[in-house]
Design a protein around this ligand. Structure first.
Ligand SMILES: [Zn+2]
Length: 116
């Protein structure tokens, strides 16, 4: 059995939605639960919410899509978080951070020398 791109995507999607390795193996077919676990580990999918949170996972994803993804602080620091304000439809950021993002992008685009 080959891990085609499509099957890997299916695995990733099911995994993120909280399906168990056994359920994923059944849906994919032709693989064992252990094969699914092994593949997920290689894909870096090993850390995820417990399967019991499955009902909440899609809700979380939807909420993330609608809230501002502007990083506050620095990744790796305990206080790091995302803005979380309501995002502008079709944009990853809230209104205020959209303005910051686009101003920053245009000024960097013109000089190309600004260190972040
Ligand atoms: Zn924001």
């Amino acid at each position: 059995m080959d891990w085609t791109e499509e099957r890997v995507e299916t695995l990733k999607g099911l995994w993120r939605n909280g399906y168990t390795a056994r359920q994923i193996a059944e849906k994919l077919g032709g693989v064992t639960r252990n094969a699914v676990i092994g593949k997920a580990h290689r894909l870096g999918l090993s850390s995820r919410p417990q399967p019991v949170k499955r009902q909440e996972a899609p809700l979380d994803l939807n909420r993330l899509e609608r809230t501002c993804q502007w990083p506050i602080g620095h990744p790796g620091q305990p206080e790091f978080r995302f803005c979380g304000e309501t995002a502008v439809p079709g944009k990853p950021y809230c209104d205020a951070h959209c303005k910051v993002a686009y101003r920053r992008a245009s000024s960097e685009g013109s000089s190309g020398k600004n260190a972040a």
